[in-house]
Design a protein around this ligand. Structure first.
Ligand code: NAD
Length: 249
């Protein structure tokens, strides 16, 4: 029987490249995103790769939208085997004391509450079905401290805590939950920013032992490996994919 993955933030960047990679393995994809255009583009990419896909519009910071994308996926595909809990936003890049409260609420709402809501409803389906595999998107800012990203870093450290603690409670029920911690990766958002600020790109690259940014395809390889490979004894781990950046800090 064919398998199904839900990908949040599936309409762009890491979500879109992972959708393509999973589809190449014949896995059907529920593409969840707030952005309809990007989501539909991913649906086409998945179909071209030979799998089935549906777009479900959701704001992951809204509990009702999250419950809906889980219900819709089960209704359409019958099961949820894999979950890439990935939607997220960055901040304005200001120092914390200059950040307004609305920005703090927004980042926490999408990056942390959104990921927790998704975990709550998806894991419930998986546990009832005997298990499943989940990858949560943390960040370099989820494993080290950095300036100008205090709220973002708080949410991404939260993702690490959620990952480990879920395993403590539900590994016995067949759940595998891991996290990835990417460094700067050339997704459309980051690429556009660096195209407009070439000096910032050079500074970022110089700080990375491999002297380059990551690619979405590299991250998709890692997520696909964590979700679908037979290395089923990897659980509660946080895998860094950052060209050696955080391990040399
Ligand atoms: P991206 O902007 O290309 O993709 C993010 C997607 O999430 C977009 O399609 C966007 O529409 C969607 N999204 C945003 N808010 C949403 C909401 N409220 N509800 C539903 N969908 C929403 O960015 P990306 O680089 O692919 O980021 C994906 C994840 O990777 C994020 O969690 C980000 O924090 C994390 N990350 C990215 C990098 C990087 O350098 N690109 C590094 C570390 C971690």
């Amino acid at each position: 029987m064919s398998q199904t993955a839900i990908i949040t933030g599936g309409g762009s960047g890491l979500g879109q490249s992972t959708a393509k990679k999973l589809a190449e393995q014949g896995i059907n994809i529920a593409v969840v995103d707030i952005d309809e255009e990007g989501g539909q583009e991913t649906v086409e990419i998945v179909k071209q790769a030979g799998a089935d896909a549906t777009f479900i519009k959701a704001d992951v910071s809204k509990e009702k939208d999250v419950k809906n994308y889980v219900d819709q996926t089960v209704e359409q595909f019958g099961s949820i085997d894999y979950f890439f809990n990935n939607a997220g936003i960055s901040g304005s890049g200001q120092y914390f004391l200059d950040t307004d409260i609305e920005e703090i609420d927004k980042i926490v709402g999408i990056n942390l509450l959104g990921a927790l809501y998704g975990m709550h409803y998806v894991a419930d389906v998986m546990v009832k079905n005997g298990g499943g595999s989940i990858v949560n998107t943390s960040s370099s800012a989820g494993v080290i401290g950095q300036d100008t990203v205090v709220t973002y870093s708080a949410t991404k450290h939260g993702i690490v805590g959620m990952t480990k603690s879920m395993v403590a409670e539900y590994a016995k029920d067949g759940l595998r939950v891991n996290a990835i911690a990417p460094g700067p990766t050339e997704t459309p958002m980051v690429k556009q920013y660096f195209d407009n600020n070439p000096q910032m790109k050079e500074n970022a690259e110089q700080g990375i032992p491999q002297k380059r940014l990551g690619t979405p395809e590299e991250v998709a390889e890692l997520v696909t490996f964590l979700l679908t490979s037979n290395v089923g004894y990897v659980n509660g781990d946080v895998i860094r994919i950052d060209g050696g950046f955080t391990n040399t800090k």
